[in-house]
Design a protein around this ligand. Structure first.
Ligand SMILES: [Mg+2]
Length: 164
């Protein structure tokens, strides 16, 4: 299980889902829940500095809603911060949350499938791409992982919602 020194997660559809019908992502507190099995699975891993034998973690999330005006960048960050507390049981360490706040059609350098957020997390923890796993639920996640040179696993497989 400790094959990886860094495990990065997508947020929506991977760690959390929106509880507001017809809305893809939460825009405010109270509009989301953890996906099944997330807390249990993550509690089995010894999170910490890879240099000291732990496993680093990170979130890489496209937050196009910020660019589109559905929520502020501060709110997007706060909701992911609350997600980390709920999922990992601790406040996120500095630099572990990577968000792309740009519009989907903005042509930015960070929105997945661009690999930049994953690369920033690799740099943050000082590990190698081949020591890193990215867990996500979309083709764009898979592509971002490939472009960053890290392993990829579907969230359903990682958390056991579906058979591999
Ligand atoms: Mg997702």
């Amino acid at each position: 299980m400790n094959k990886y020194k860094l495990i990065i997660f997508d947020a929506d559809g991977t760690l959390r889902h929106c509880t507001v019908e017809g809305q893809p992502c939460p825009d405010a507190p109270g509009e989301w829940e953890l996906m099944p099995g997330v807390k249990e699975m993550l509690s089995r891993i010894q999170w910490g500095d890879p240099g000291e034998g732990g496993v680093g973690y990170g979130i890489a999330s496209n937050q196009g809603g910020v660019g589109c005006g559905y929520l502020s960048a501060d709110m997007a960050y706060r909701l992911i911060q609350e997600l980390v507390v709920a999922a990992f049981g601790a406040e996120p360490e500095k630099g572990t949350i990577q968000l792309c706040p740009h519009r989907p059609d903005g042509g930015c350098k960070c929105r997945k499938p661009e690999p930049l957020m994953i690369q920033r997390l690799i740099e943050r923890w000082g590990v190698k791409p081949e020591e890193t796993l990215f867990v996500g639920d979309m083709e764009t996640d898979k592509e971002a992982a490939e472009r960053a040179g890290v392993d990829f696993k579907w969230a359903g497989e990682y958390f056991g919602w579906e058979q591999a």
